[in-house]
Write a protein of this length. Sequence first.
Length: 385
Amino acid sequence: MEPDTLGIVQFGLGGVGRALIGQVLAAGDRYPWLRYVGLGDRSGFIWRPDGWSAGELRDLLAAKAGGASLRQAWSAGRQAAGVFSQERLERGAAIVEPLLTTAAGGGLTVVDVTAERNTYPALLAARAAGAHLVLCNKWPLAEEQDRYDALLAGGPGRLQYETTVGAALPVLSTLDGLLLAGDEVQEIQAAISGTLGFVTSQIEAGQPFSAALREAQTRGYTEPDPRDDLGGTDARRKALILARKLGLRGNMSDITVESLVPPGLESVPLAQFWDGLRSVDAQYAARVATAHAAGQVLRFLALVSRDEAQVGLQAVPRDGLAGSLTDTESLFVFKTRRYGDQPLAVRGRGAGAEITAAGVLADILAITPGRTARALHRAGAAGGR
């Protein structure tokens, strides 16, 4: 039986987190059973068992947009009601304890839209108490195999994590549908780094590798230290999530990754890294030329099966699916027993705060499928009049 109200506890108030709150507010008339009861950032948490009003949430968004932390907003008296806690995420049950009674009734979902490595204890405690989990953060699903198993089996609530791999693209739901229907997924080929997709598109057009990466940073596509992108950490986590869905028993260390960080520049100061990056421009220009001579282009791809997963720069046919990608597009190609000669593909924009937040909201609404379906039916009926 679905709860009358679904309380939301949200970890993270960055770009995606703020976009999500905005989208929940915008859809408030359609989905009135969604109610924020807990919000947290690195400065602490505010628990509001009776929930925030729309006006209070808008005030909080304005404070965050102005550079204030949650603690500063609390100190300024903008969120006077409720309980403020400076507990850290790694304290686990201590973080979610104020709302565990609500969790036990299935009326609570904990949403992790951070990029933090230390949310796992709190998520596990919430799940054990009966809360649902919606994850945008990839790190909890990239834990060692035994901890991953414990999270998946840790409670009666639902665990939704579509946006960990393809933002709002229906990647994991498509994979689940294939597996549930008894298909055999033999391999997944995926372009899962929008940053490196942009870089490869630029060097194909003749831009030096170092200049292409610098432009990606200027456009906000890279991490603050672009070596986090070049090293393949993000792609490795996504590949591991996909591989585990196929049945792979393994850890991050088992995913083979070709790092694009030039040797010797892995740990130097960032300014020195940028200076040294120009030294590989000729190398990448030569790789592009070699690929072109064979009718191919370079793409940063993951190849995933139930036995292994690898991530790296690949030369692929120019007229193929991966070869036709441009800019920051993501692509997931499922080669299966049923989709053999013509693989099933999911393609589209796979990054951006608004798009990712929309995927998270869809995951939240999947926890109350009956109510959500009825709300969509009413909206459709009203639109047809």
